[in-house]
Design a binder for this molecule. Sequence first.
Ligand code: ZN
Length: 150
Amino acid sequence: MVIYDLICDSSHTFEGWFKDASDFESQQSSSMILCPFCDSELVTKKLAAPKLSRKSNSVPQQQQVATGDRTAEAFAQLQDMLGRVHTFIEKNFEDVGNRFAEEALSIHRGEREDENIRGTASVEELKQLAEEGVTSMTLPPKPINKKKLN
Ligand SMILES: [Zn+2]
């Protein structure tokens, strides 16, 4: 049994129940589907918003965000700290870009020199790394310096 959202030529929307997709098509082509509101035979499937295919347990990615009064001390301190975190990382960690997961694994397995690395990884990759016993940290994004933007 399939349920379709249907729409007639006068924009009435209603649900139609069919045995399967071909049942809908044969009923539609022989004008057997009537709009319950105006008896129109010109009924089509309402286009549903495309459903994003998501892996079962993944949630849409959200960033944690904080904001505040730019002149307030706490917010200024936070920006300053984040800035320093990034400076520290840039100085002390080698940038391996999108090879992060690969490199982290080979360090973990002792296949390459042990060193501090940074780069980008997907949530999926981080999960795999964690399963292998590699601990990594997701870094807060670099604070955007408004002065530099303008
Ligand atoms: Zn109608």
